[in-house]
Write a new protein. Structure first.
Length: 189
């Protein structure tokens, strides 16, 4: 099966915007900087407070919700985000994500009278939409970085590669007359 680093490098080509630096660094696309040795264990530093972690988890599920396939939480996206930010991001690169979560939480308290993690899914969608549309200071920048983290975490996970996409480790024979209407999922190999 394809490893996460190769999947990240492949996904980098699909983004139409500059890749968030920790993702590019983890994919080996950030130049000739020496990459640290990353363990499979927990993050090397604590990135989020418990409240920020709870909000990040809830918002990641809103970006990639559970439908007929598992969502971000089931795919381990929150753990991926925390590990990536702890072990691949410089402290200054974490700041936009942490500040964005704090701003969204404050906006939720102001608008909904509850912390962002306790807001309804519709209220969380409204928070993300406000950030995306720049209605929150630095919201558009936060949203783009956060969305990239969620999408790369999801589509490089086992769930993203095998359930959201159609995984064929060794594709079958070539059929030049295969009807596009028969294609249900994007293939990953």
């Amino acid at each position: 099966m394809i490893d996460r680093r190769r999947a990240l490098a492949g996904m980098a080509a699909t983004f139409a915007v500059p890749l968030f630096a920790p993702i590019a660094r983890a994919a080996g696309l950030a130049g000739k900087t020496t990459r640290p040795v990353i363990s499979d264990g927990p993050p090397s530093v604590q990135v989020f407070t418990p409240a920020q972690h709870e909000l990040m988890t809830a918002l990641s599920e809103r970006v990639m919700p559970t439908t007929d396939t598992p969502g971000a939480i089931a795919a381990g996206v929150p753990e991926y985000i925390e590990k990536l930010l702890a072990d691949w991001a410089w402290p200054d690169e974490r700041k936009p994500i942490i500040a964005g979560l704090d701003l969204l939480d404050a906006k939720s308290l102001e608008d909904n009278k509850v912390p962002g993690a306790k807001a309804t899914p519709e209220q969380q969608d409204a928070l993300l939409t406000a950030a995306m549309n720049g209605e929150i200071p630095n919201g558009a920048s936060f949203f783009e970085k956060f969305r990239q983290l969620v999408l790369t975490g999801y589509f490089t996970s086992e769930i993203g590669m095998t359930q959201e996409r159609e995984y064929l480790p060794v594709p079958g024979e070539y059929h030049g007359d295969y009807l596009y209407s028969n294609v249900n999922k994007v293939f990953s190999a």
